[in-house]
Design a protein around this ligand. Structure first.
Ligand SMILES: N[C@@H](CCC(=O)N[C@@H](CS)C(=O)NCC(=O)O)C(=O)O
Length: 261
């Protein structure tokens, strides 16, 4: 059996965006290799196909100094080859196949894993209209998760505009998911697909706004998802039920335990 990785992913860890690929890999039997470190340590790493931690001395003479653009405020070290493969310079950053093709955006990395795998249903492999419908949910998910990224990065010093945008994105995305789940057992139809995996990983991360009750309250805001069990019951039950499956729980570990209590 060939054990060399079919996909290599570099990221800060743990990262729910990477979990999308790891959960997909469990369902589809794909060999994914993950490299990385805690978020705060990633500024000491050389971002590269052969990503690795650097010594202080190496950093001081490195010619790969870049300014962090999104989520990282200080200096990062990214090789020219990394930026060629990953023009937006973000993690998770995947390298796929023998020619190490750069694949970025966590939903696309997950798609890449599914395409390499052996499941007919995860990405609607046998029917272009089904895979396109799954793509539609993944696009909607990315719009939601971008709003979430802005919200969570500024949650200790929010302004009303950011909060209202997040609330509108939350209502829009969850209304769609709730509506889809009122017609079928899974988000995109009768099978578990990438749409479900992406939803679980990104939304589990969003729920962590609940850990910021105090700072939100002090700024005059409420937890956006506080009434989800009444407003979007199918969505939250779907997330909690899927998180119990081995393929999810073996990757997500205790991430949702605080919420389930
Ligand atoms: N939508 C992207 C988000 C990726 C992203 O924004 N990553 C940030 C960290 S959260 C990054 O790598 N920033 C690099 C930088 O600041 O230069 C995904 O799902 O992969």
């Amino acid at each position: 059996m060939n054990m060399s990785p079919q996909i290599r992913i570099f990221s800060y860890l743990p990262n729910p965006r990477v979990w999308k690929s790891l959960i997909t890999a469990k369902f589809a039997g794909v060999n994914v290799e993950v490299t990385g470190d805690k978020p705060k340590n990633l500024s000491n790493w050389l971002w590269d196909y052969d990503a690795r931690a650097m010594s202080e001395e190496e950093k001081s003479v490195s010619s790969y100094v870049r300014k962090g653009k999104r989520g990282f405020s200080g200096v990062l070290y990214k090789t020219d080859e990394f930026l060629e493969a990953h023009p937006f310079g973000t993690v998770p950053a995947a390298f796929v196949g023998n020619n190490k093709t750069g694949v970025f955006e966590s939903n696309s990395i997950m798609r890449s894993v599914a395409r390499l795998g052996n499941s007919d249903t995860l990405y609607g492999q046998n029917d272009p209209s089904i895979s396109s419908r799954i793509d539609s949910f993944l696009d909607a998910n990315l719009v939601f998760s971008r709003e979430h990224q802005v919200y969570i990065l500024s949650i200790e010093s929010l302004n009303k505009y950011t909060y209202e945008r997040m609330k509108a994105a939350y209502d829009f995305y969850l209304d769609g998911i709730e509506s889809a789940l009122s017609k079928s057992n899974y988000i995109s139809g009768n099978d578990l697909t990438l749409a479900d995996i992406s939803f679980v990983c990104d939304f589990a991360q969003f729920l962590r706004e609940g850990k910021y009750q105090e700072p939100l309250k002090n700024q005059g805001f409420n937890i956006i998802s506080q009434d989800i069990k009444e407003t979007h019951p199918k969505s939250i039950n779907h997330l909690l039920n899927l998180s119990e499956l081995d393929e999810f729980s073996s990757v997500m570990g205790s991430y949702l335990d605080w919420y389930k209590k």
